[in-house]
Design a protein around this ligand. Sequence first.
Ligand SMILES: [Zn+2]
Length: 220
Amino acid sequence: MLSYVTDHIPKTTPYNRRPGYSMTPEYITIHSTGNPTSTARNERAWLTNPNNNVTASWHIVVDEKEAIEAIPLNEVAWHAGDGGNGTGNRKSIGIEICESGDRQKTLKNAAELVAKLLKERGWGVDRLRRHYDWSGKICPRIFYDNGKWTGWEQFKEAVQKELFGGDNMTQDKNQPSDWAKEAWEWAKKEGITDGTDPQRVATREEVITMLYRYYKKDSK
Ligand SMILES: [Zn+2]
């Protein structure tokens, strides 16, 4: 499981990087840092570095090792480049993906993190945006190559896979899940199911037929 560190920057951070405006997020915006050497810790340190003189911030940064939350997820951060009242800035959680370290590990961590955030809110991958979608900036540039977006669709697929619970995807489709085993065996014994396709979605007529079999059996 990915390590998640909460290390908020103070509201007094200069250049209004944590304005303290409350936010009800509707989207998650994905960025990459644009810096091939900086880690999540480096990015977090930069937000409170006295030499930093820009009004730019984000909510969570993720690298090959960990995720760090710098601004609470119900407060505005300035990351989308669509202005003080832009939807990207005012209604989205900004995630920075580090460009340093092991790219595969980092992307796996990012997908896991984003899936967790979506799951907690009951959202699907349709809530994901690139920085580019708000302001046209080529960001996240890790998904951009030779004038084309590459890897963005694959990233969303990776998040989708995490949403389905990862391991479930590789489960034997001919076996019921552990939690369903007892009931499945009972239904076979009672003649309610023929015992095939435990993992397939049932149609309404199949559900009704199963209920009917049980009813007929009971009324004998
Ligand atoms: Zn960006």
